[in-house]
Design a protein around this ligand. Structure first.
Ligand code: PEP
Ligand code: MN
Length: 376
């Protein structure tokens, strides 16, 4: 399936000459001095294409700093006049859209909490009807590709063709090194559904930690994302919001300087020959892996038949423990992490059990099929 989005290329609405494309600025506009001074330092690096700042901040708990509000739009205007940088703000209501447009904000974005709520997205979309302004849509807080797609469709249906997605990671119950789990596969699925839609990575909100921003930025570029949105503050240690993840403009320049740009299309014939040869090897191995797994499944079915004939249960925990133990040790010797081998085995084992169950319940299968039909 492909999405039917009507999109203009990124280069029609933002300076894409800079590599990589970077949008930067403070998490929140706090004071006129803080915003304008940060903007000047960022502009001086010569590495950024737009200035971001949160004016209305969606905070998890009440009583926290909820953004400076409309007055910040005046500061952004000044920052733009003095630096020439186009400006970007988050909008979450129709009123925000109206005020931001009136103040001449160049790019709007929909925040992660808003994307999770179709009512909010529709309100924003309705306010955008008849307006030609670029809009970036952050992924929803929860890892639900449909919500992200739905928000992009709503904005696109309102006539916004200068559209991009922002990948800022997903809330997860499990503790990890990241503030929001990247779950790269969700962003890759979006790219597969809409190859023409630019995706900008937001390593600041993924990591929540300035020390990891370079690492995630590199990964995003290696996955062929079109740009980065990185929070920068003139003095992160005193930032009113997201202090741990903001970097000074100088640190931002350093992060960008250390990024390696790899091209998705290889122009050099020699390199591309080598790549083709390696890909050929991978293809052959993949075919072999699939063939062997299919053989393994056939044996599993034979075992199922044997267990059925002899009245033995399908799952025997002792045997499964033994398989896990032996294979992960073998895997480790071949430089495969135990975690990886375990995951792979679990997938194969689950399918084996499913096939064995099918064999054992062959008589009951007709009944089950009928049941499925009534539940469909
Ligand atoms: C932000 O960009 O400062 C922000 C609030 O981000 P998100 O919507 O991704 O949480
Ligand atoms: Mn922030």
């Amino acid at each position: 399936m492909k999405l039917n989005l009507n999109i203009q290329p990124l280069s029609t609405w933002i300076k894409t000459g800079k590599e990589p494309l970077v949008i930067s600025g403070p998490c929140s506009a706090e004071t006129e001095e803080q915003l304008v001074a940060t903007a000047h330092l960022l502009a001086q690096t010569g590495k950024i294409s737009a200035l971001r700042a949160g004016i209305w901040k969606p905070r998890t708990r009440p009583g926290e700093f909820e953004g400076i509000g409309s007055i910040g739009l005046e500061w952004l205007k000044r920052a733009k006049e003095e630096t020439g940088l186009p400006t970007a703000v988050e909008v979450a209501t129709a009123k925000h859209v109206e005020e931001a447009l009136k103040a001449g904000v160049d790019i709007l974005w929909v925040g992660a909490r808003s994307t999770a709520n179709p009512f909010t997205v529709q309100e924003i979309a309705d306010a955008l009807k008849g307006v030609d302004v670029p809009v970036m849509v952050k992924n929803p807080v929860n890892p639900d590709l449909s919500l992200w797609v739905g928000a992009l469709e709503r904005i696109n249906n309102a006539g916004i063709t200068k559209l991009a997605a922002i990948h800022r990671g997903f809330s997860s119950y499990e503790k990890s090194a990241f503030r929001n789990e990247p779950m790269w596969d969700v962003a890759i699925s979006l790219k597969t559904l809409a190859p023409e839609l630019p995706i900008i990575n937001d390593p600041s909100h993924i990591t929540g930690n300035r020390d990891l921003i370079g690492y995630i930025s590199q990964k995003a570029l290696d996955l062929d994302m079109q740009g980065l949105m990185i929070e920068s503050h003139i003095d992160p240690s005193v930032a009113w919001t997201d202090a741990k993840q903001q970097v000074t403009p100088a640190a931002l320049a350093d992060i960008i300087d250390h990024l390696a740009l790899r091209k998705p299309e290889v122009k050099n014939a020699e390199v591309s020959d080598k790549l083709a040869e390696l890909r050929n090897q991978i293809d052959k191995i993949d075919d072999l892996v699939i063939q062997k797994i299919a053989e393994r499944m056939q044996i599993a079915e034979k075992i199922g038949q044997y267990k059925k004939d002899n009245n033995i249960t399908i799952l025997q925990v002792g045997r499964w423990d033994e398989i896990l133990q032996k294979r992960t040790t073998y895997g480790k010797a071949l430089k495969l992490s135990a975690e990886f081998t375990e995951k792979l085995l679990e997938l194969v084992h689950n399918e084996s059990i499913r096939r064995q169950t099918e064999v054992m319940n062959a008589d009951a299968a007709q009944g089950q099929a009928a049941e499925k039909l009534t539940h469909a």
